[in-house]
Design a binder for this molecule. Structure first.
Ligand SMILES: Nc1nc2c(ncn2[C@@H]2O[C@H](COP(=O)(O)OP(=O)(O)OP(=O)(O)O)[C@@H](O)[C@H]2O)c(=O)[nH]1
Length: 387
């Protein structure tokens, strides 16, 4: 019996000893290794490691982030050209106050005496219609009112509209020659003084053509202003049109030549060439534009030469325009910035003085603020509906 008790005690001591040896080892293994455990150092218990905030499970389940597709270069769809002038008529509000409110309020007076007719003539002149054209217009209107005995405002308005429309020569051909022919693209030269809106208008015309289903290539022959080629290329990219450029300060004629060649090679419908418009002197300008035209014509004739005129420069612009018409054969005028002037009558003066049809009008800085010019719709917009 005593022998059994002694054995049990011995067994208990052995178990306690074994547990005492194993447990500290296990504890030590659970702790991360201390940096220095040399003799004489005390190993302190480390605080529990708290995972950084971002590793904590979110309170609210967040949806898995959606992988964004790389943005594909999206092409813009320009507005259709039909009816643009009507849609943009409000842009003529400054000119409209002269024609619609000014002229019509005089014409609606009970007695149209000599002073009233003079006032009407002055209004037309100040709207840049031009002295001679204003006199002719007033004479014709005065005669009609006298012969027909017109009295109501609506009748006078209708007669004024007819006279203004007639002065804009509605029978002139205003179509743009932009269709390919003889197996090559149509070539359009864009000329005008710097700042008139040439590059912008080139870009807008490219959009007009694309809207009408044409393929276009742009030639940045304005090598004079560094940013012009960049500006033109940006317009082109927006509608998927390629731009041919040359070195800054390079020969404009050579860029124009390369652009037409490229247009023929890739088979576009129309090549639009933006030129530089330095007016340092007439001879220089004539030389430069003449050379561009001659060089381009090695590929075939130029189909359209559009002169860009800033409507806000009024009669001064007309003088500059004349220099261009002497340098190259201009086939159409684009009158820009009509939205920024009360002198919408300049359209009449331009056609009368230059004998060239206004084909397009710029009515703002937006990409589609360029409208085909339609005399009757333009006059309606000038006279407004509040007459
Ligand atoms: N309000 C208004 N601004 C216009 C119109 N057309 C062009 N502009 C502005 O006129 C300024 C000059 O236009 P550009 O196209 O750079 O003129 P540019 O003739 O090419 O000038 P250069 O490249 O220096 O020869 C720009 O700020 C255009 O946004 C328009 O119809 N209305």
């Amino acid at each position: 019996m005593e022998y059994v008790v002694a054995s049990l005690i011995l067994l208990a001591v052995l178990i306690v000893g074994a547990v005492g040896l194993v447990v500290p080892r296990l504890r030590r293994r659970e702790l991360p290794p201390s940096e220095q455990t040399g003799a004489g150092t005390t190993t302190l218990e480390r605080p529990p490691v708290i995972p950084p905030v971002e590793e904590l499970p979110p309170l609210v389940e967040r949806p898995a982030p959606v992988e964004e597709e790389p943005a594909a270069p999206s092409l813009e769809t320009p507005e259709p050209t039909a009816g643009r002038l009507v849609r943009l008529r409000a842009r003529l509000s400054r000119s409209q106050s002269v024609f619609g409110r000014g002229l019509l309020s005089v014409l609606s007076r009970d007695h149209l005496d000599e002073d009233a007719w003079e006032e009407i003539e002055d209004s037309l002149i100040s709207a840049d219609v031009g002295v001679e054209a204003s006199q002719v217009l007033v004479e014709r209107l005065r005669e009609r009112v006298r012969v027909l005995g017109t009295r109501t405002v609506a009748e006078v308005r209708a007669q004024l509209a007819e006279e203004l429309t007639a002065a804009l020569e509605p029978e002139l051909d205003r179509s743009l020659k932009t269709s390919p022919h003889d197996g090559r693209p149509a070539v359009v030269l864009v000329v005008g003084v710097n700042g008139a809106g040439k590059t912008t208008t080139c870009g807008k015309i490219a959009r007009v053509l694309v809207a009408d289903g044409r393929t276009v290539l742009l030639g940045a022959a304005d090598t004079f202003r560094a940013a012009a080629a960049e500006q033109l290329a940006t317009w082109g990219e927006r509608v998927g049109a390629e731009t041919v450029r040359g070195p800054e300060g390079g020969d404009p004629a050579s860029v124009a030549f390369d652009a037409v060649k490229r247009g023929i090679d890739v088979g576009v419908d129309t090549v639009l060439i933006d030129t530089a418009g330095r007016l340092q002197n007439k001879i220089g300008l004539m030389d430069e534009l003449g050379k561009v035209k001659r060089v381009v014509e090695k590929h075939g004739s130029v189909d359209e030469t559009l002169l860009i005129l800033d409507a806000t420069t009024g009669q001064n612009g007309l003088e500059q325009a004349r220099v261009f018409t002497e340098a190259v054969e201009v086939t159409g005028v684009v009158l820009t910035k009509l939205d920024g002037t009360a002198k919408g009558g300049i359209v009449i003066a331009v056609q009368r003085k230059l004998g060239i049809p206004v084909k397009l009008v710029g009515l703002g800085e937006g990409p589609d603020d360029l409208a085909p010019f339609e005399p009757a719709a333009f006059v309606e917009a000038l006279l407004g509906s509040d007459a």
